[in-house]
Design a protein around this ligand. Structure first.
Ligand code: SF4
Ligand code: SF4
Ligand code: SF4
Length: 323
């Protein structure tokens, strides 16, 4: 790495640890995982980065190129060679990102790259060299990238850990005097009611709070922003940071705030289940006001499946669970 490597990206990371990579190095990590030997392996400490990601899939990565987000800073780029400058921009273009963007390793390597760059075609594999400046990386014509993407890099949450979290969080929901629920999960709980499943599922705790509210509509609920009692068993819950690390993490933040705004409430407010659902049935008749308006082409702003079926409307037709 050279002296221009940024070491801090506070505006994007809020102080959380972050590594800097060039965009095409994301692909190199898959080649490395698949047994290849990337050209920048030592200079950019790619083995170390790979190890860190396998320890913590939410490690933040800032993408650095020879250019800034304007294509500047000057007319003649001075960093890197043309072939790798091109690879960096090809990768950013396919991922719909720009220089300086920061995402988690999980977002980049599990959600985006396998979907948008399934092969090295037209990034590293150029079907031959057109001139001395356009040397191909020898790894491009091996199976390393394919093997790496098939194996995957980011660890999934172990099944036993999720099962333990389910049991423990359900005990807490069953016994606590006051529920703690993120604002938009009140609507997801309602949507669950509209699916007529009426039984617990392994992946989250949408059913269990509903049972407590149905049995005791006067139970208090503290409204929060971010992960709540619904989340502990979920495959995209990061127990270390207590955040939702799936593609929905950011848009769910907006849904929380949209819900608060529609209900005229704020984080930390406490109301009974009856007060809350009376308010919801009065003020929210169209879920797209809260959860819609997303951009389906974009990983973090894609729509939730609940927008395209009638579960929310069905819940309204079914009536409040405690009536
Ligand atoms: S083929 Fe491309 S992605 Fe793979 S190691 Fe070489 S430069 Fe990196
Ligand atoms: S659309 Fe999705 S996120 Fe929104 S309330 Fe329905 S299930 Fe929940
Ligand atoms: S971790 Fe995310 S996806 Fe899972 S239940 Fe919580 S908010 Fe929903």
């Amino acid at each position: 790495m050279n002296d221009s490597t940024p070491t801090c990206n506070w505006p994007a990371t809020h102080g959380e640890e972050c590594v800097v990579l060039r965009p095409h190095h994301l692909l190199c990590l898959f080649c490395l995982e698949g047994g290849g030997d990337p050209p920048d392996r030592e200079e950019w400490k790619l083995d170390e980065v790979l190890g860190k990601i396998q320890e913590d899939r939410n490690l933040l990565i800032t993408l650095q190129t020879a250019f800034n987000c304007n294509g500047g800073p000057t007319t003649q780029p001075t960093m890197y060679d043309p072939a790798t400058r091109r690879k960096d921009l090809q990768v950013l273009q396919k991922l719909n990102l720009a220089p300086g963007d920061t995402r988690s390793a999980y977002w980049l390597l599990s959600l985006a790259l396998p979907r948008f760059i399934p092969t090295l075609w037209n990034v590293c594999n150029l079907n031959g060299e057109t001139g001395p400046a356009w040397k191909e990386c020898p790894v491009a014509h091996t199976e390393a990238y394919h093997r790496g993407t098939r194996a995957g890099i980011c660890p999934l949450r172990p099944a036993e850990e999720k099962a333990c979290a389910k049991a423990e969080s359900c005990r807490e929901i069953e016994s606590c005097g006051r529920l703690r629920i993120r604002a938009h999960h009140l609507l997801c709980i309602m949507a669950f009611w509209g699916r007529f499943l009426d039984e617990p599922i392994a992946e989250d705790n949408l059913w269990e709070p509903l049972v407590r509210m149905r049995e005791n509509p006067d139970i208090e609920i503290e409204l929060i922003e971010g992960a709540c009692q619904v989340c502990p068993p979920c495959g995209v819950f990061d127990p270390k940071r207590e955040i939702c690390d799936g593609a929905c993490g950011l848009r769910d933040r907006l849904k929380d705030l949209n819900t608060f705004q529609r209900l005229g409430l704020a984080p930390g407010d406490v109301r009974t289940a009856r007060e809350l659902y009376d308010l919801i049935y009065e003020r929210i008749d169209d879920i797209s006001q809260i959860c819609g308006g997303n951009n389906p082409q974009n990983v973090e702003w894609a729509d939730c499946g609940g927008l395209s079926d009638s579960r929310f409307g069905n819940a309204r037709l079914r009536g409040k669970p405690y009536e």
